[in-house]
Design a protein around this ligand. Structure first.
Ligand code: FMN
Length: 194
């Protein structure tokens, strides 16, 4: 995908550029998939990682409270401690693990019914980073089935903090190809026009 098309996007862009940007965004959405194949010998460079993290920093959150921390695990010592939280062999190959941590006390609470926006805010932040990674050609896989107790201890979280979700970051091994086969309910099953 041509990165420049996105960089052209601005309120002053011409109609053609705008259309081009939108088309590429939908291509990105269609082609992102959960990658369970990582080359341990191919770390992601710092500038690319910084742009991905910046996408999370810029994500919206209720009342702009930003109740999050993004922990990027890349050192061999910390990777060794964190990997057992999700014991799949492919996960152990990833050169980086991005962990989204949230603080429930820092999230917005709706007065009428006590709803706490923490998980919503953290989902948006991680999704921003996953889409940014896709844009950068970096593979991700949202992981929810990790061992939260192990991570809580390893990462020395505060009592009011939770490990929300994580994703490996890296590049697939040579020869890997995406499935390009989205299995989703049809639009007319999930959409109602009222
Ligand atoms: C909240 C959430 C939790 C997930 N947890 C896992 C997981 O623990 N392990 C895994 O391999 N994939 C996990 N996934 C990835 C889903 O299996 C994947 O997104 C889904 O099958 C659709 O495939 P796609 O991402 O390739 O489009 C998770 C995705 C989400 C959104």
């Amino acid at each position: 995908m041509e990165k420049g098309l996105f960089l052209l996007s601005s309120p002053t862009r011409g109609e053609g550029e705008c259309r081009g940007g939108i088309m590429d965004f939908y291509k990105l959405i269609r082609e992102r998939e959960s990658i369970r194949n990582y080359d341990p010998e191919r770390p992601v460079d710092k500038d690319t990682l910084d742009r991905i993290l910046e996408a999370g920093r810029l994500a919206p959150s209720a009342v702009n409270f930003q109740p999050w921390r993004f922990l990027l695990v890349s050192s061999p010592e910390m990777l060794e401690k964190v990997r057992p939280c999700y014991g799949r062999p492919w996960f152990a190959d990833a050169p980086h693990i991005l962990i989204v941590v949230g603080n429930r006390d820092q999230a917005w609470v709706r007065k009428t019914d006590g709803y706490n926006s923490l998980e919503t805010d953290l989902t948006i932040a991680l999704d921003h980073m996953i889409l940014a990674a896709e844009f950068e050609g970096v593979a991700t896989c949202w992981i929810g089935a990790f061992d939260p107790d192990l991570l809580r201890e390893t990462l020395s979280l505060e009592e009011n903090e939770i490990v929300y979700s994580l994703t490996p970051l890296g590049y697939p091994k040579e020869g890997f190809t995406k499935k390009m086969d989205k299995k989703r309910k049809p639009l007319d099953e999930v959409v109602e026009h009222l």
